[in-house]
Ligand binder design. Structure first.
Ligand code: FES
Length: 92
């Protein structure tokens, strides 16, 4: 028996596999080190209760909190601190 309380219950489905209510469940894809991709349009509720919407067919939600367009990803997650000197330079 699964006792992990953090794991959500699976969606209720009739025996034939058709989702309840006839709607296809929205697909969410988590990109490691990147955004969370959600089939749009979406309405996002922020920490302060404000809502923002996107009408795009695929919405990238920021998971790193570095985006200047938070809650939407602006690709800031790609910027990394250089750990090795550029070619031709010696380490300090
Ligand atoms: S996940 Fe892309 S900017 Fe945060």
């Amino acid at each position: 028996m699964d006792t992990d309380a953090r794991r959500p219950e699976p969606a209720l489905r009739p025996a034939n596999g058709t989702p309840v209510g006839g709607r296809k469940p929205p697909r969410v894809r988590i990109i490691p080190g990147g955004p969370i991709l959600v089939e749009g349009p979406v309405e996002v509720v922020l920490d302060d209760g404000a809502t923002v919407t996107s009408d795009r067919f695929l919405v990238a939600l920021c998971a790193c909190r570095r985006s200047r367009a938070f809650p939407f990803c602006d690709t800031s997650h790609r910027r990394r601190v250089r750990t090795t000197p550029p070619d031709g330079e010696t380490p300090a």
